[in-house]
Ligand binder design. Structure first.
Ligand SMILES: Cc1cc2nc3c(=O)[nH]c(=O)nc-3n(C[C@H](O)[C@H](O)[C@H](O)COP(=O)(O)OP(=O)(O)OC[C@H]3O[C@@H](n4cnc5c(N)ncnc54)[C@H](O)[C@@H]3O)c2cc1C
Length: 473
């Protein structure tokens, strides 16, 4: 087999849908196996608990989605999500101070996760090459250590088991994936795994935004300062479709996450700046508080095995999942789908081809992995169970360099542009080590530091807040 005739994708969420879409461009038929029933409109579902919390899609990922599924992002925007110019439309208190709102270089899509998934799903499932099997749970792989031949699925309804044969199986079942167990059932040696866990937890509530605020007021992000050796506390107010604000308060291990409604506002007040609390204090809450403790960085290394079974790939959160604060999971999955597409278009997946393709997919998630995991190591109480040498450098040099970059990018447009390209997953992280960037860092072209949130009188009027005089834009 070079190009698969029949592929089975496990998991029908973000990564699974994008993978199924690219497979259907090359294979004759694709079956998607999903434990849940997928809603026919943007709605929450059981298998996607994180959809209750803020999800941003960085421009690096959004461009891939636009390329693979023309019109999908436009439909998300038409439904009321916002394309937020970065940093122009974002007020951010970074670890080192307030970020200047430099003219936009990149953007983020801010909208509900159910909306994003729905727009992608509708378009993907329109293909007559793709068949969706809902309420079906993958329980094991069939074949042997040399070649995966299919998957055994169990009906969620009556427990009936069935084997689906396939010449390619793609695992996109997310953080809870049973892949390691399934591989061991085939006699494949254990996959290596790295975990860097800062104990991230999220608490989210939605509010009615003041009239005009979801389009005329910037997104707000108040981050912790990792240099203060206490658990980090964070808060964001992001515009959503339907005139809503989604407010997520989060913390690293020991940060005392608010889990009750009465604790939400006091916690927002305890952040490094009161802006989040000032915005939500008069706003009407429209949901209860939802809590998530899913936030460790976790990565599998299939590429390190001497031999990887033909007929098998893994991508999305099953392969590598990141601290959600960095907002990279969906963009990383989009990158993986784009790699798969290129690979299938170029030379298919002949003998040994799955291992080569998996290696490329794993490379595509390395940038978000190292960005998130190395940043998280800066927080107190972060647990490091990784063998990645970059995450076990005790010299402190990388940390000092990243601090320098953070301090400079707040006030230097040129530095901020390069950093924004990297964090939006539009440029490789290696840019930050290039000689051009090092030269840029040395040039002194920074504007004075801000002393408060950069908001104009017009923006403050929209949310009924009084100016803090020194900080006016
Ligand atoms: C609180 C939080 C906030 C986040 N915020 C952002 C953000 O701002 N930006 C961003 O890019 N990313 C964010 N992420 C990460 C993002 O949610 C994930 O990267 C993304 O959902 C990964 O998609 P996936 O398809 O790999 O896995 P998932 O979305 O987890 O989907 C897995 C799918 O597999 C199904 N499934 C599971 N097991 C089986 C089985 N055995 N058989 C059949 N089906 C199965 C599930 O029902 C589900 O549909 C956030 C994550 C969290 C936890």
């Amino acid at each position: 087999m070079t190009t698969p005739q029949h592929a089975v994708v496990l998991g029908a969420s973000w990564a699974g849908m994008l993978a199924a879409h690219v497979l259907a461009r090359h294979a004759r038929s694709v079956t998607i196996v999903e434990r849940d029933v997928l809603p026919d409109r943007p709605a929450q579902r059981r298998g996607l608990p994180q959809a209750r919390h803020v999800h941003v899609l960085w421009s690096g990922g959004a461009r891939i989605v636009e390329e693979l599924l023309p019109g999908a992002i436009d439909r998300v925007l038409a439904a009321g999500a916002r394309r937020v110019a970065f940093h122009e439309d974002v007020v951010t208190l970074m670890s080192h101070g307030w970020q200047h709102r430099f003219p936009a270089r990149q953007y983020v899509i801010m909208g509900g996760r159910p909306l994003l998934d729905w727009a992608v799903r509708e378009q993907v499932l329109a293909s007559d090459r793709i068949r969706l099997r809902e309420r079906a749970e993958a329980v094991s792989l069939t074949g042997d250590a040399r070649r995966v031949a299919g998957v055994e699925v169990r009906s969620v309804g009556d427990g009936a088991r069935e084997v689906l044969d396939a010449d390619l199986v793609v695992d996109a079942t997310g953080r809870g994936s049973g892949l390691r167990r399934w591989l061991s059932g085939l006699g494949v040696p254990p996959l290596e795994e790295d975990v860097v866990d800062a104990g991230i937890a999220y608490s989210t509530r939605e509010f009615v935004a003041p009239p005009g605020a979801t389009s005329g007021f910037p997104a707000v992000n108040v981050a912790a300062d990792h240099r203060v050796r206490v658990p980090g506390r964070f808060g964001v107010v992001f515009p959503q479709e339907g005139g809503r604000w989604m407010v997520t308060l989060s913390c690293t291990r020991g940060g005392g996450l608010p889990t009750r409604e009465e604790d939400f506002l006091p916690y927002a007040r305890s952040l490094r700046d009161p802006l989040v609390a000032d915005l939500i204090a008069p706003a009407e809450p429209i949901t209860p508080v939802f809590v998530s403790h899913i936030g460790a960085n976790r990565r599998l290394y299939p590429e390190r095995l001497d031999r990887w079974p033909d007929g098998l790939l893994v991508l999305g959160d099953s392969l590598a999942a990141f601290n959600p604060i960095h907002g990279h999971g969906m963009s990383a999955a989009a990158r993986a789908a784009a790699v798969l597409d290129r690979r299938l278009a170029a030379d298919g997946l002949g003998p040994g081809g799955a291992h080569a393709a998996q290696r490329e997919i794993s490379e595509a998630v390395d940038d978000p992995w190292i960005m998130a995991a190395s940043k998280d190591l800066e927080y107190v109480n972060c647990r490091n169970r990784s063998t990645d040498p970059r995450l076990n450098d005790t010299s402190g040099v990388t940390r000092q360099f990243m601090d320098l970059i953070a301090a400079k990018s707040m006030c230097s447009r040129a530095v901020s542009d390069v950093v924004t390209d990297v964090i939006s997953m539009s440029s490789p992280q290696a840019e930050l080590g290039s000689s051009d960037f090092l030269a840029l860092m040395q040039r002194d072209e920074a504007v004075p530091e801000l002393t408060g949130p950069p908001l104009s009188r017009e923006e403050l009027a929209i949310v009924n807040l009084r100016p803090r005089s020194a900080a006016l834009r």
